[in-house]
Design a protein around this ligand. Structure first.
Ligand code: GUN
Length: 271
């Protein structure tokens, strides 16, 4: 995907003199967010985008953050704006997301973009769920008519993930902390997507033989090592496909972000 974006950027530059630009805003010093932002910047460099980082201190006020978003909305050379979440507790992430021009909202978090996704007529898809769909397509894993179970109902992953699977005619179940018989529900899944945020939450007894297991988690195990929501070593014996952490969904999220930023640049230049 990044190669494809890179080639299209070369053409965009040669034929129209346009270099897509992404602004990444990070507030505070959450170490996981710092890693994500660095990876996003690296990907921009690889595909030939201009990238700007706005690293703001933890104590930044809501007003200052909103002013920065407004400034970026008006910047001609910035096509995509990404405010890394989570924000420090005193800031209102909803208000910040709603301040982003929907045409520059390359995360697809703005209500306008979320609404378009619900209707199935969208410019951008949210990066993680779209990256998961790309992966399923790349491995020719059929979705139509399959039992898909998504664990987690966040606005960033769980809800849009369920919607994208539904768009491709899956039978979708969303599980969450109040779900009864979670293990039983999961064990009926042909495709199981874990987006819970709890290390090694999905164990082998929750997985059907031959299932496809997608791990969206970015957690730390008891030794502080990066791991996912799935107990990889045990679950991998049972399933037909499984994504590792790191190196599975994460790179797909970033590749989709590049694709969205390229699309934003094209839309904003009427191309
Ligand atoms: N935090 C975790 N994932 C994401 C993402 O996809 N976009 C943003 N903006 N913040 C995140």
């Amino acid at each position: 995907m990044k190669e494809e974006v890179k080639n299209q950027v070369l053409r965009l530059k040669a034929e129209h003199g346009i270099t897509p630009g992404l602004a990444v805003v990070i507030v505070g010093d959450d170490p996981a967010s710092r890693v994500y932002v660095n990876n996003k910047k690296k990907a921009c460099e690889l595909v030939g985008f201009k990238s700007e980082e706005y690293a703001l201190p933890e104590q930044t006020t809501q007003e200052d953050l909103l002013n920065l978003v407004k400034e970026l909305n008006n910047k001609q050379d910035i096509n995509g704006i990404l405010v890394q979440l989570p924000l420090p507790k005193h800031l209102d992430d909803k208000a910040v997301i709603e301040a982003i021009n929907p045409l520059k909202d390359v995360d697809a978090f703005h209500a306008v973009n979320v609404g378009k996704i619900m209707l199935g007529e969208y410019d951008f898809l949210p990066c993680t769920p779209a990256g998961v769909m790309e992966m399923l397509h790349a491995y020719d894993i059929p979705v139509c008519g399959k039992n898909c179970v998504v664990i987690g109902r966040s606005n960033i992953v769980g809800k849009p993930m369920a919607m994208l699977l539904l768009h491709e005619n899956a039978t979708v179940t969303i599980c969450h902390s109040r779900t009864k018989n979670l293990s039983e529900v999961c064990s009926k899944a042909d495709i199981l997507v874990a987006a819970v945020g709890k290390p090694k939450f999905v164990t082998e007894d929750m997985v059907k033989d031959g299932a496809v297991v997608i791990d969206v988690g970015m957690d730390r195990d008891e030794n502080g090592r990066l791991c996912g929501d799935v107990d990889f070593e045990n679950v991998k014996q049972k399933c037909s496909y499984i994504t590792p952490v790191p190196g599975g969904v994460g790179p797909m999220t970033i590749a989709t972000l590049m694709k969205n930023t390229l699309k934003a640049a094209k839309i904003q230049n009427n191309l």
